[in-house]
Design a protein around this ligand. Sequence first.
Ligand code: HEC
Ligand code: HEC
Length: 292
Amino acid sequence: MRLMTRDSGLTQARGKAMRAVGCCIAAVSILVVSGGRAIEAQLPQTDQESVQAAVTRGAEAHTVHCGFCHGTNARGGASGPDLLRSELVLDDVDGQQLGEFLRVGRPDAGMPAFDLPDGQITDIAAFLHAEVDAAANRRGYEILDIVTGDPEAGREYFNGAGECSRCHSPTGDLRGIGLRYDPVALQGRLIMPPRGARGGGPGAVDPAERDRNRLRVTVTLPSGESHTGVMLRLTDFDVSLRDEAGRTRSWLRSGNSPTVVLTDPLQPHLDMLPTWQDTDMRNMTAYLLTLK
Ligand code: HEC
Ligand code: HEC
């Protein structure tokens, strides 16, 4: 993985993630953000898929249980600290330390105790490790001076090999993106487009904006009747969604009934990450910065 050899300023986070590499979750979280073909090749496809699925489930479990206080992206929220800088999270391996901590919490300091199934804790840990690594990766690019890309090559990649124009347009959805973000923030959005409403204060939020890029769930009952909507909650015991009409619907779960299928609106975008090389990344960023 070229990025790692050049990223001499190995961050603490990445160092720790690497030490935990024996655990497949840490290994793939690196793959997810740095496009490492080497690691991709080491892991059988099914492992990769199951770890990606864990990250996706973990993101949603985190939103449901932790996002209110720590922010949906875990970078700090209404009352909880930034978890991506937490020693406890950085030292965690496979959810073990996190699990121990969550069972006790620090109720006196406003951190409740949680009684979550082990699987859900490992999912949340997988999500946090992926986020830590994404943040470390972004700092890596920052060190590399990401504005050294060639905008013209970036434009070609955008319309050609990168196939970005299948979903994006420089005069449509990405218009003015170069004015909205600095290079580091822009590259962060390329790596992990945010979910949910963008910024804004309290007050009425447009429902489409509130649900932007959030996971969808389809629940199929034994009768064959099925419902699709934005996933609000998914545990081993129940599932809730918000349907098109804005109604919240919930079902109890037992074993595989009702059937639950998750879909991620960002999946097509995220699937492309491993194919981007450092140069593509730089050139694309340079190009996107020219979109005023
Ligand atoms: C009601 C708000 C609230 C919720 C919900 C919440 N937290 Fe916290 N969390 C806090 C606060 C406040 C602290 C800081 C406690 C302190 O100062 O010692 C904290 C601390 C932590 C820490 C320790 C950070 C460190 O290194 O000291 C971790 C890890 C953590 N929370 C994870 C989680 C996870 C995972 C969830 C969801 C399962 C969650 N929290 C849900 C408020 C919350
Ligand atoms: C198959 C569809 C698809 C392809 C191909 C795709 N993306 Fe995306 N991309 C998305 C979706 C969906 C989002 C989330 C849109 C949103 O948040 O409104 C997104 C988000 C983004 C964002 C963040 C926009 C923002 O305002 O935060 C950027 C930048 C971006 N994509 C650039 C690219 C580039 C560059 C490529 C090509 C290398 C690419 N995308 C390929 C679907 C795609």
